[in-house]
Design a protein around this ligand. Sequence first.
Ligand code: PEP
Ligand code: MN
Length: 325
Amino acid sequence: MIYHFENADPSGKEFLAVLERNAIDFEQGVFDRTVVRILGVIKPEVREELAKIYGRRSRAGTRLSPAKALYSEFTHRTEPIIIAGPCSVESEEQIAETAIFLESVGIRFMRGGAYKPRTSPDSFQGLGRSGLKLLSHHARKHGLKVVSEVMDRSQIGDLLEHADIIQVGSRNMFNYTLLTALGSVDKPILLKRGMAATIDEWISASDYCRRGGNDAIILCERGIRTFEPKTRNTLDISAICIAKKLSGYPVIADPSHATGDADLVLPVALAALSAGADGVMIEIHPKPEQALSDREQALSFSQFEHVLRKIADHRLGRTQSPEMG
Ligand code: PEP
Ligand code: MN
């Protein structure tokens, strides 16, 4: 059982009342493990009160940086984490519309690539710093946390300023100088699996950040290259379970890049969540047919709402089997 209080009232009135109402759960050990997470500055007398109620097990008084507090949303999640947004930041209109939409459907994490690792130098390369600024401006206006990719050490300063979670993409998973540099930043790192990396290589890559002092790591299974050309990549379902077990980090899945096909995003997302993924990252676009990158895999807003409903049904056990489309 997890009790989570964000921006806690310093007087403790609100959360002490909830905890009091549930005191019986604690006393009778109804749950295997009870976690009480209180984010915010609380008065010393309230801390003492908590320590009295929960005794030695209380870690009241621990102060988390905003980055660590954000990361704890992944490590102590009560529902799947959903990150959504366009492949690339393309225009102010696109980002503003997407941020308004995401807030309206209760999503808290918005993705968008500003520095884009494109296979061909002739493809759209992203808007760089100005794209990041657009993304953070509109995301923050709607209370959304920003997830964006870093490709090079020289971009870290921009990401520190404009992103809440820094993504390292598949093509950079083996970039040890970049990973080492990210070891000294106070932001969670979303580390995507290299498209031809073994699970051990992926976890070893995360060790470069950890060695540097940053262990706020989220792993992302985004599919690996196989002989199968019907999908862009092959989502390695068992890797989700293995990586979680071996690393202890939260592991999310990216059904968009794994499949490269909007029709496959829903069933593959449900499969990943069934396998124990802590969340999913999904590409959406206000006008998918006009997307400047990864057009075939982008979901429209209404398709994404359908995915959200199916994820909710799935959690409640109302879905028999994942469907396509
Ligand atoms: C992305 O998430 O925008 C991306 C480029 O994905 P990947 O690194 O998994 O190819
Ligand atoms: Mn993409």
